[in-house]
Write a protein that binds this ligand. Structure first.
Ligand code: ZN
Length: 433
């Protein structure tokens, strides 16, 4: 069974190997739909009801909204948030390492909590942004880079050299995970080789390159898996599947009384503590400016917040058929069972009974099932955006996501139908009077 939302998601995943390119993808979709990009350094223009606008931060976070028909103080904001980043490896400065046997490797640093051994023996390449000299030292230029051909591989050690590999295999991030770029020709000076490759790819002079944020990614495209093609498998389902659901819902929702907001944050995987992350006031500033340019005063903005609701969308752990005992005994979110509402007694999630009830009602109105996740009480869970955001904005809100397997593997697996369910739930959420 093929769903249009899933075919579209697969295209997004293939075009979005890293945070910067995911944000670029969302930007292009918004512009094509008639949204206007605002420059945060300039005053916001007069915002028109029913019109769409967005701002970007750092090229890796994005906040889009469609202005509501009713005054903000009366109708508030309807927010869906997700994140653009996923665990991966960042290329270190001066990365070239001459190896034994004439191989050249790149030095890397782990970003976020990846399952390391899923990165072995894959056709990897490079993506991210490259900073070029500008006319002013404070204003360099940025170019995005997405090398599509496989360029690197992290080869695993043969089992004959480690017979115990299947009984547990501790890995050194510094020594075991370095990708091989190729053979080093004798006459070739290996320093600056990466910059030469990047300069060639971008068609710029190597001397113009000041710095880069480049990451490894798996070039294997997203695909459907299963007897009935019931699963979607790809890198970065966490959390681009939720970015896609939020984006699709925002684009297809009709204008409403409330102002509809999509927030895509960066750096969730490392604790959100950057200017483009959920710990910063970046979203609060956007909402405040929307309210002020709407003619509200601070009082009006605070009233708008009281009328608002947040859906913090990040993937959840589906019941894994090989590891049933890892899950809570009575709450088993299933792949294909619809959006998952996440609870945590110690409030690692923003959800409480009232906000969970609201979201369950939204699902009911959308005609989609929903389910619940709580940790097995002896297993510590992860955290996400909701509770971090509410430190900046005291919003009613729920943490939810689609159930997936192998979270933070280089290839994660989800259910195709869940993408459809969640997109429908978000669309209903945006449009509810
Ligand atoms: Zn996530």
């Amino acid at each position: 069974m093929k769903y249009a939302t899933v075919t579209d998601l697969m295209e997004m995943l293939d075009r979005s190997p890293v945070n910067f390119l995911a944000t670029q993808y969302v930007t292009e979709r918004l512009l094509a739909a008639g949204f206007t990009e605002l420059d945060s350094a300039l005053p916001y223009p007069q915002l028109e009801a029913g019109q769409g606008y967005f701002v970007r931060k750092n090229g890796s976070a994005l906040f889009a909204f469609r202005k509501g028909r009713a005054p903000l103080a009366e109708a508030g904001f309807r927010l869906v948030t997700a994140h653009s980043d996923s665990p991966c490896f960042r290329i270190k400065p001066a990365p070239e390492m001459k190896g034994e046997g004439g191989c050249i490797r790149l030095n890397t640093e782990l970003y976020g909590g990846a399952i390391l051994y899923t990165w072995f023996d894959r056709p990897l390449s490079l993506a991210g942004r490259v900073i070029l000299r500008g006319e002013h030292a404070l204003r360099p230029q940025t170019r995005l880079l997405h090398i599509k051909r496989p360029l690197l591989v992290i080869p695993h050690l043969a089992i004959h050299f480690n017979r115990g590999v299947n009984e547990g295999n501790p890995l050194s991030k510094q020594n075991d995970m370095l990708p091989v770029l190729g053979f080093l020709k004798e006459e070739l000076e290996h320093n600056g080789l990466l910059l030469r490759i990047v300069a060639e790819e971008l068609g710029v002079d190597q001397q113009e390159i000041l710095d880069f944020d480049l990451y490894l990614y798996d070039t294997t495209p997203a695909c459907l898996v299963g007897w009935h093609e019931e699963f979607i498998q790809s890198g970065r389902l966490d959390d681009l599947s939720m970015v896609h659901a939020g984006l699709t819902a925002l684009l297809q929702a009709e204008g409403a009384e409330a102002t509809q907001v999509l927030g895509v944050f960066d750096n969730e995987e490392t604790g959100s503590g950057t200017k483009q992350g959920a710990h910063s006031p970046v979203l609060r500033h956007v909402l405040e400016r929307v309210a002020l340019s709407d003619g509200s005063d601070r009082e009006g903005f605070y009233r708008a917040l009281e009328q608002s609701f947040l859906v913090s969308a990040d993937n959840a752990h589906g019941l894994h058929p090989n590891y049933v005992s890892k899950q809570d005994p009575t709450n088993h979110p299933l792949l294909g069972g619809g959006p998952v509402i996440k609870y945590n007694a110690n409030q690692k999630y923003a959800t409480d009974a009232e906000s969970a009830a609201v979201f369950a009602e939204v699902c009911r109105e959308a005609g989609v099932p929903c389910q619940y996740f709580v940790n097995h009480s002896d297993v510590a869970g992860g955290s996400t955006l909701g509770n971090i955001l509410t430190a900046q904005l005291p919003l009613r809100g729920v943490d939810m996501g689609n159930a997936i397997w192998a979270m933070h593997s280089v290839r994660e697996t989800g259910a195709a139908i869940d993408q459809d369910y969640t997109t429908r739930a978000f669309t209903t959420f945006y449009q509810l009077p």
